[in-house]
Design a protein around this ligand. Structure first.
Ligand SMILES: [Zn+2]
Length: 94
């Protein structure tokens, strides 16, 4: 496999975050480690990592919503019991 070589002769490259005028996000520029000649650019954020992070957050929120739904269901059961007891008390007071 051929080794990439910069026109200056260097075979070492580095990532450098670059603010490009007009770009709405930061780019990671692959450039020659010796002379700085850019040879490519990547999004500085890894989309796969972002998607995995969002997936974890959505899963956590789903678990929180399920826990809240269980609490609401428990409250509903308790309210029905209280309502039933109130009916019994009202019946005895008549
Ligand atoms: Zn170079």
């Amino acid at each position: 496999m051929a080794q990439p070589t910069c026109p200056c002769g260097s075979t070492r490259f580095e990532l450098h975050e670059e603010d490009i005028e007009g770009a709405t996000y930061t780019l990671a520029v692959i450039r020659c480690a010796s002379c700085g000649l850019p040879i490519g650019a990547l999004e500085s954020e890894n989309v796969g990592d972002l998607a995995a992070d969002l997936s974890r957050k959505i899963d956590a929120q789903g678990r929180q919503i399920a826990a809240m739904a269980a609490e609401v269901s428990e409250l509903k059961t308790k309210l029905v019991s209280i309502s039933h007891l109130m009916g019994l008390i009202e019946g005895k007071m008549k």
